[in-house]
Design a binder for this molecule. Structure first.
Ligand code: SAM
Length: 339
């Protein structure tokens, strides 16, 4: 297992399979138009599979398929089967907005998908429409039901909490998750690339989330566990468990073992990194997989990124990347990098 300069192992890989999305969430893709990755640059499934082999040989044992909206990638179950057949992988998960999930979940599960996270920020149709600029809430509910059927032992629901938008729905979302056997995780609104409307005033902190929920449910107990997972988990008195991902106000860079591969093969070692490693150029330029492995290990060994902590240390905090820079380089976008 290789570690970076802060002792963090290379373990979790987020694999973005497309930069396209069928939602336009205000906190992620608020602009009217976007510059997309050129189609010919997208890694083919064989290329992704080769890179996954290189990563697993370098210590990665957990992969999460994401995007953009990963279910927009044609023939995703074929890729899922290729990745799930890797003996070194202990975990293979997917993050989706759920719109296309009911149609695809059986094929994905048959192809080896083991865990699923569905993103949902509001239960109100009018808010969903305003927040996502889409009318597809009913299909997300269908996707949730499908997730419950295929993963009866449970799945996750991720909710970005934004002040004045959905912070009055925290308990409703917990109840919604409970009815589905799903664990809800509340994500603090982050100033990642693409969140051009971000402002500190819109962030609902972990402390605020806990205060709201304990006013409704009474004492909340933190669950003490050793984990590099981004969410801290809590338990209500009736045993219901939920999580909080406090990347904005209490970042967890010290235990971050995640890196991200974009659909066109750029590898980023931090959600806030402005520079990546071009693995597509290496692969298509004929560099051997052994040498690509050496590139990956060399780069990780020198890693010092603590992007979220650096952001927190800023006194005057505003949107991370200005719109004109995003237009020049879509790799700076969260939806390209893979959330
Ligand atoms: N389309 C898939 C989905 O909706 O889950 C996967 C990609 S999406 C970028 C992954 C996650 O990032 C979603 O849960 C989304 O809500 C979250 N996200 C996007 N922008 C964010 C922001 N500014 N702050 C916090 N979370 C954000």
């Amino acid at each position: 297992m290789i570690s970076d300069l802060l002792g963090r192992p290379l373990r979790n890989l987020r694999l973005s399979v497309t930069d396209r999305c069928n939602l336009r969430c205000e906190y992620c893709m608020p602009e009217d138009d976007y510059k997309w990755l050129p189609r010919e640059d997208l890694l083919h499934f064989e290329e992704i599979s080769s890179l996954v082999d290189v990563f697993t040989a370098s210590g990665v044992d957990r992969v999460r398929i994401t995007g953009g909206e990963p279910l927009l990638r044609r023939d995703l179950p074929t890729l899922m089967a290729m990745v799930s057949s890797k003996p070194a992988l202990k975990d293979l998960a997917l993050t989706t907005n759920g719109i296309l999930l009911a149609d695809q979940i059986d094929a994905l599960a048959a192809a080896g998908l083991r865990r699923i996270t569905v993103s949902l920020d509001t239960l109100h149709a009018d808010r969903f429409k305003a927040l996502t600029r889409s009318d597809e809430l009913a299909r997300v509910h269908d996707g949730m039901q499908a997730a419950r059927r295929v993963f009866p032992a449970g799945f996750k629901i991720d909710t970005v909490v934004i002040k004045g938008v959905n912070d009055d729905e925290l308990a409703d979302l917990i109840e919604y998750g409970r009815a589905l056997g799903a664990e809800v995780r509340f994500i603090e609104y982050m100033d990642v690339g693409g969140a051009t409307k971000w402002s500190p005033a819109d962030v609902v902190s972990r402390a605020d989330i806990l205060a709201t929920l304990s006013a409704r449910y009474g004492a909340i107990a933190p669950i003490v566990e050793e984990s590099s997972a981004p969410a801290d988990r809590y338990q209500l008195r009736d045993g219901t468990v939920f999580g909080i991902i406090s990347s904005t106000t209490q970042p967890f860079c010290g235990s971050c073992d995640r890196s991200r591969l974009t659909a066109d093969g750029m590898w980023y070692q931090c959600l806030y990194a402005t520079q990546g490693v071009d693995l597509r150029a290496a692969l298509r330029g004929g560099v051997s997989v052994d040498d690509i492995g050496a590139m990956i290990r060399g780069s990780w060994s020198a890693r010092t990124d603590r992007g979220a902590e650096d952001r927190l240390a800023l006194g005057d905090r505003r949107a991370f990347v200005p719109v004109n820079s995003l237009k020049k380089d879509p790799h700076l976008e969260m939806h390209t990098r893979g959330g």
